[in-house]
Design a protein around this ligand. Structure first.
Ligand SMILES: *[C@@H]1O[C@H](CO)[C@@H](O)[C@H](O)[C@H]1NC(C)=O
Ligand SMILES: *[C@@H]1O[C@H](CO)[C@@H](O)[C@H](O)[C@H]1NC(C)=O
Ligand SMILES: *[C@@H]1O[C@H](CO)[C@@H](O)[C@H](O)[C@H]1NC(C)=O
Ligand SMILES: *[C@@H]1O[C@H](CO)[C@@H](O)[C@H](O)[C@H]1NC(C)=O
Ligand SMILES: *[C@@H]1O[C@H](CO)[C@@H](O)[C@H](O)[C@H]1NC(C)=O
Ligand SMILES: [Cu+2]
Length: 304
């Protein structure tokens, strides 16, 4: 576009020069040659930048091969499979209000949710992390221990945090982040909230590397009279999956040339996962879910 309009400008200048008196012709021609020289310089610069970017991107690709070690050079432990009962709700209805306590240990592992190996940040070694299931009116207490090399936080998405906003878990807004090697006990009630929501890391882009899980709050009131009955409740978590570690994606997203040559373009996910499992290029694991009226039909299987 800009190259075309530059070309047009030169042609117009040429016509104008031809129409002018001979006296000014020489100066016009000098200006014209100057303009053409400048144009060539711009094209040369663009070529140089293009080549540089191309090489830079290629180089980037090589360096995004999954690191199997952490920054101290020690090999990463493997992602553990999330137990299937993490996705089956217990049915807490009728239980008296109580405190539900959890221990979250956040660490870096090597995982392959869709068959492609990548460094991941996870809670309790698994992706997705533990489901928090409570009743409206309960208190939630979560001791979060950070074994990462960076700070982290956990945000409890969509909750009111009335009078406990310091436990909202938003880094740089309501807390500074849990330093490496330290713990923070989040301790809050739910107010009027009930429903299906999630928890996730709220420090930089960490949650996209795996620090997520379901947060289910059963309503205190029974369902409306004519509400259809159901046999069981399962949690299905749908997520984008990136093969590249998020801090690498973030750096190229924030660079002046963007992630793909256009500033501001967001990274496109490589795959998607259901409850932490997906398939890519013939690899990956999956759940077999058959919805029958008989309990016990949920099974996890390896691809054939
Ligand atoms: C939180 O967990 C860590 C790691 O297990 C432990 O050292 C710490 O004592 C716990 N904090 C509380 C208040 O229970
Ligand atoms: C690297 O991994 C080892 C083994 O998992 C762990 O003990 C160590 O704390 C990690 N170091 C960093 C900086 O994450
Ligand atoms: C820690 O943060 C730095 C700076 O944002 C980032 O480059 C690095 O990848 C992060 N490390 C982990 C293990 O998340
Ligand atoms: C927040 O808590 C205070 C004190 O318990 C209460 O008066 C207020 O109504 C609550 N606000 C909301 C929006 O729930
Ligand atoms: C959580 O907060 C409540 C209310 O302030 C307090 O009574 C309780 O001891 C706290 N629990 C923990 C484990 O810190
Ligand atoms: Cu959120």
């Amino acid at each position: 576009m800009s190259r075309d309009s530059h070309g047009e400008l030169v042609v117009l200048n040429e016509k104008a020069a031809a129409a002018k008196a001979h006296a000014t012709g020489g100066r016009r021609r000098a200006l014209l040659y100057g303009a053409i020289a400048a144009l060539l310089l711009i094209v040369a610069l663009a070529l140089g930048l293009g080549l540089g970017l191309g090489l830079g991107l290629k180089h980037h690709h090589d360096s995004t091969a999954p690191a199997s070690t952490n920054s101290s050079g020690q090999s990463l432990p493997s992602l553990q499979p999330t137990p299937q009962n993490n996705f089956v709700l217990d049915g807490l209805a009728g239980q008296p209000p109580q405190t539900r306590s959890y221990d979250f240990v956040i660490s870096q592992v090597l995982g392959a949710p869709d068959g492609v190996s990548k460094p991941m940040l996870v809670v309790n070694g698994m992706y997705p992390g533990p489901t928090i299931e409570v009743n409206q009116g309960d208190r939630i207490v979560v001791n979060v221990t950070n074994l990462l090399e960076n700070r982290t936080t956990i945000h409890w998405h969509g909750l009111f945090q009335n009078q406990t906003n310091y436990y909202d878990g938003t880094a740089g807004i309501t807390e500074c982040g849990i330093p490496p090697g330290q713990s923070l006990v989040y301790n809050f009630t739910l107010g009027d909230f009930s429903g299906t929501t999630w928890w996730h890391a709220h420090y930089s882009t960490q949650y996209t590397d795996g620090i997520t899980g379901a947060l289910i709050v059963h309503p205190a009131s029974p369902p409306p009279v004519k509400f259809p009955s159901w046999d069981h409740e399962l949690v299905v978590q749908v997520a984008d999956l990136y093969h590249t570690f998020s801090s690498i994606l973030l750096a190229s997203y924030l660079s002046p040339w963007g992630i793909d040559g256009t500033a501001g373009d967001e990274p496109v996910p490589d795959a998607g996962v259901l409850n932490g499992l997906g398939q890519w290029g013939g690899g990956g694991d999956y759940f077999n879910v058959r919805c029958l009226s008989i309990w016990g039909s949920l099974s996890r299987s390896k691809p054939l």
